[in-house]
Design a protein around this ligand. Structure first.
Ligand SMILES: [Zn+2]
Length: 421
């Protein structure tokens, strides 16, 4: 494997991420980190020249753009290592994120310290293997918002995922601080379940203004109706959840034109686990979570009617039962089963549309000439069964940024396990 070799994927069925029907693939030619051509083999590419050309035969298999998870946490503070106690404030980056699962891009809306910035850069510099990452820092919250978990005399400790900012001025200062430390976007977060609006429209607008001046985007955790409308009018770049938004609030979102990232996977997992292991085990209110899940599924249908784009994300890593590498494609299954999406539409949402959540819209998420070369090859047809994308079980090849990813890093995993035991 070498990036200076031309990589050619021959044969197979191509799902190109544009929404166009699946078609027979002749040759995808990759040079450096970009796709050079898709279609007939160009006459200047000599397949037998093994010194300069590497050939993947995808005969009988399916080729598509690498998946992007638009909502995945990497340093949330819940990683567990066997034999080691789990305590508050012992956050560390979760190494298992890097286990390959056909996910070549992650959008990370919030974590501890600037851990995710460091992981992103280490991957970019080739110090470790992993997906493209587009990261936020600590979530900007006011008293009582999600992630303001300590009493007011404690505030939000330095290791917290939330950063308490109770005035627009404090928020702008925090945007500047995070900008200085290299985040790609700012995460704001309103109340946990949308019970009341805790961020004023003017405060959201102040953050958006400062972030956009500094070429950063803004995503907001907003389940409530009021916060969703305020976020839409303040011009955030995407809204996460939006499940309590009324028809009128959603019209405001449609008018402003930003996508919604419903994130149903976490809710589905809580409901499933609550039934099998009991509510105490998940330590979350199952009925509340089921209501959110139903609302988010309804939202998927409403959004389509209003022409609001949906992004595909899971909230992997936000809890100990949301393991990295397993659930990134479960959201597509929910889009299909509960959201009225065709499998092809779900794939387009998780690839071409999700490129927006990693700041690479128009450049990533399609198998087409000129695009960045993130491609997966599967042994089963995801259009026939969308669940074959889950957990990386049917992957035969992953190409990220033009390079073939080692799908069997067993030696490294073994070292990790031994160290942990
Ligand atoms: Zn989250």
């Amino acid at each position: 494997m070498s990036s200076d070799k031309t990589l050619v994927i021959r044969n197979g069925t191509l799902i190109d991420g544009s929404g166009k029907g699946a078609a027979r693939n002749e040759a995808i030619v990759i040079e450096g980190n970009r796709i050079k051509s898709v279609g007939p083999l160009p006459p200047d590419v000599a397949l037998e020249d093994a010194r300069r050309v590497e050939v993947i035969d995808a005969g009988g298999q399916w080729i598509m753009p690498g998946l992007i998870d638009a909502h995945c946490h990497v340093s949330y503070g819940y990683p567990t290592i066997k034999g080691e106690g789990k305590g508050r404030g012992t956050a560390r980056p979760e190494f298992s994120t890097l286990k390959s699962a056909g996910v070549t891009g992650l959008s990370v809306p919030g974590g501890t310290w600037f851990t995710d910035v460091g992981v992103r850069d280490a991957i970019k510099l080739g110090l470790m293997a992993g997906p493209r990452m587009y990261v936020a820092g600590r979530m900007i919250v006011t008293y009582g918002c999600i992630e303001d978990d300590e009493p007011s005399w404690e505030g939000t400790p330095d290791h917290s995922v939330g950063k308490l900012c109770n005035t627009a001025n404090e928020m702008v200062t925090e945007v500047r601080r995070q900008s200085k430390h290299g985040v790609n976007f700012i995460k704001m977060a309103d109340s946990r379940s949308g019970e009341s609006q805790m961020l004023a429209k003017e405060e959201i607008a102040a953050v958006v203004g400062e972030a956009h001046r500094r070429n950063l985007r803004v995503g907001i955790h907003s389940r409530g109706a009021g916060s969703t409308r305020a976020a839409a009018e303040a011009g955030v770049d995407w809204i996460i959840h939006a499940d309590l938004a009324t028809e009128r609030d959603l019209e405001a979102v449609a008018k402003a034109g930003m996508p919604i990232l419903p994130t149903a996977t976490f809710l589905a997992l809580v409901v499933e686990l609550g039934q099998s292991v009991g509510a105490e085990q998940v330590a979350l209110d199952i009925n509340r979570m089921r209501r959110h899940f139903d609302l988010v599924c309804e939202l998927m249908h409403k959004a389509r009617k209003l022409g609001i784009k949906l992004l595909v994300g899971t909230d992997t890593g936000n809890n100990s039962f949301m393991p990295h590498g397993e659930l990134h494609a479960k959201e597509l299954e929910i889009f299909v089963k509960h959201g009225g999406y065709a499998p092809m539409e779900a794939i387009v949402a998780a690839t071409r549309e999700n490129a927006y959540a990693v700041g690479l819209e128009g450049q990533l998420g399609e198998v087409a000439a000129g695009k960045l070369a993130d491609i997966i090859v599967l042994r089963k047809d995801p259009l026939a069964d969308i669940t074959v994308l889950q957990g990386g079980r049917h992957l035969s090849w992953v190409i990220k940024d033009g390079k073939i990813v080692d799908l069997d890093p067993r030696d490294e995993m073994l070292t990790f396990q031994q160290a942990a035991e």
